[in-house]
Design a binder for this molecule. Structure first.
Ligand code: GLU
Length: 496
């Protein structure tokens, strides 16, 4: 439990669709900030100009809003330590890089791409570890290097990693982690285009934004010793680090597009509820102290501790997420659920863009009927389509079983039902009255009720399984039910 106000941050790089890994890390950032009474910051790390996409930054912010893990400070809402977009802070990084050079912690390097490639090839051939050989440090004095910079020779700034000792930290998830300094390359801090690298910008910003807890994916673990050395060089106190396990595909490889669904847009389009997705993500690596599986975000905020994190990469089990989503859908009241489903019905062409109140009421009743099986909202159109369309397509299997050829009692049963339903006043077209009528028909024909119920279901929906038959008949209304019974009779006749 973190009790002093923590400042956490998510620092996505806007290079594509908002990633489910960003939601995963962002969730725990949010939780730690809320639990401790601190703040959750969102910073856009857009210093890799080659991979940058402006729409991606907006999409990330929108995805966080959709998920409901909204940052307290971000490019959207601002905050006291902005700007929160790194490309708007480049002058700052240049100043800090210059300070490191002046203090002897970093140096200008003029090596060309070609020279570096050659150096690498040599090192590989000699089976040495591949790292910068400090050529510029040995070949030129500090004054010469400064002169070359003044003369406009293209250059980068490299960090001077100590060659002795080790750098370690007490990770909140992984406990003690230590790296040998000698194995760490002299990282580029400032690139030739004047933009900082991830390492410099990340450390400068985490410091200036007063971040107390850096929660990030395991893949950044080898960056952390570099960052800790930078903190030392600047004389700053580093934050605490928590490296969360990487999400994995079912074959244990790192979660990837190849497996299909890394984009948060996909989850949104499929009709996953943000609350269900968050609940699912919470249980990837972390476990609830009571082993509970379904719990709201507030409960995670209350119960979360890093100690309950597992170090091994959790499998992203989409089937479990679908199940969980179904549970969340069933727990929503209709007033909340229906507006979430309506866009899916409109997109499928079952409703017009601006439904009338009557259309809406009918659609809502359809949704209410089909709640038991549904797992994602985009399953709804296919489930309820038959209710909107009296000329629905019959399932072959259903037709073969009850209509073609129809068992001897089926056509008489439909006819008897038509007569009985016609006699029912509109106001009595209720599930109870419909059930009574159906059972009376069965009795009249001397067959079990199921023998009438099943073919009638096929007549109404084209399927052998589905929601309560009498409720759906009541919803369709007298004229539509009669139409469907007659249509089924026609089909049964064709074969006779
Ligand atoms: N920009 C990095 C990313 O894309 C941030 C990593 C970190 O949290 O330090 O994930």
């Amino acid at each position: 439990m973190i009790t002093t106000p923590a400042r956490t941050r998510i620092a996505p790089s806007p290079t594509g669709d908002p990633h489910v890994g960003t939601a995963y890390i962002g969730l725990f950032d949010y939780v730690v900030a809320r639990q401790s009474g601190g703040q959750f910051v969102l910073r856009i790390e857009d210093t890799d100009r080659e991979r940058y996409s402006a729409s991606s930054a907006d999409a990330i912010l929108a995805a966080m809003r959709w998920l409901g893990i909204t940052p307290d400070e971000s490019p959207e809402v601002g905050g006291p330590v902005g700007p929160y977009i790194q490309s708007e802070r480049t002058a700052l990084y240049r100043d800090y890089a210059a300070q490191l050079v002046a203090d002897g912690h970093a140096y200008y390097c003029f090596c060309t791409k070609e020279r570096l490639a050659e150096m690498r090839a040599h090192q590989e051939e000699a089976k040495e570890s591949v790292m910068y050989d400090r050529h510029c440090l040995c070949a030129h004095t500090a004054e010469e290097r400064a002169d070359m910079v003044r003369d406009g020779v293209p250059h980068v700034v490299r960090m001077m990693m100590p060659r002795e000792g080790s750098t370690g930290w007490d990770d909140l998830v992984r406990d003690e982690v230590v790296f040998e300094n000698a194995l760490i390359d002299d990282q580029v801090l400032l690139k030739a285009d004047g933009f900082p690298t991830y390492h410099l910008a990340n450390v400068v910003d985490d410091h200036l934004m007063h971040i107390t807890h850096v929660i990030r994916a395991e893949e950044w673990i080898s960056s952390t010793p570099k960052h800790l050395v930078l903190y030392q060089m600047f004389g700053w106190t580093p934050p605490r680090y928590a490296h969360l396990p990487l999400l994995r595909n079912p074959d244990r490889s790192k979660i990837s597009k190849r497996f299909g669904h890394t984009s948060l847009h996909w989850y949104q389009a499929e009709g996953f509820l943000p609350q269900a997705l968050l609940n699912f993500l919470a249980l990837l690596g972390w476990s609830h102290p009571d082993e509970t599986e379904i719990f709201p975000l507030e409960e995670l905020v209350e119960k979360f501790t890093f100690q309950r994190f597992n170090k091994t990469g959790p499998i992203f089990d989409l089937e479990k997420l679908r199940w969980m989503n179904g549970v969340y859908i069933r727990n929503l009241d209709m007033a909340t659920l229906y507006p979430l489903v309506e866009p899916f019905l409109i997109a499928a062409g079952l409703l017009q863009a601006e439904p009338t109140p009557e259309e809406r009421a009918f659609a809502q009743a359809c949704i209410a009927l089909e709640r038991e099986k549904v797992r994602t909202l985009n399953e709804y159109p296919a489930l309820v389509e038959f209710l909107f369309d009296p000329n629905f397509t019959f399932e072959d299997e259903a037709v073969q079983k009850w209509l073609r050829p129809a068992p001897a009692h089926v056509k008489p049963a439909f006819r008897a039902l038509l007569v009985r339903l016609d006699a029912l006043p509109d106001a009595d077209f209720t599930p109870e009255a419909l059930e009574a009528a159906t059972r009376a028909v069965a009795e009249e024909l001397g067959v079990g009720a199921g023998k009438v119920i099943h073919p009638t279901r096929v007549a109404m929906s084209g399927r052998t399984k589905g929601p309560s038959l009498f409720h759906l008949m009541a919803l369709l209304g007298k004229a539509d039910v009669a139409y469907r019974l007659n249509r089924a009779l026609e089909i049964a006749k064709e074969d006779a």
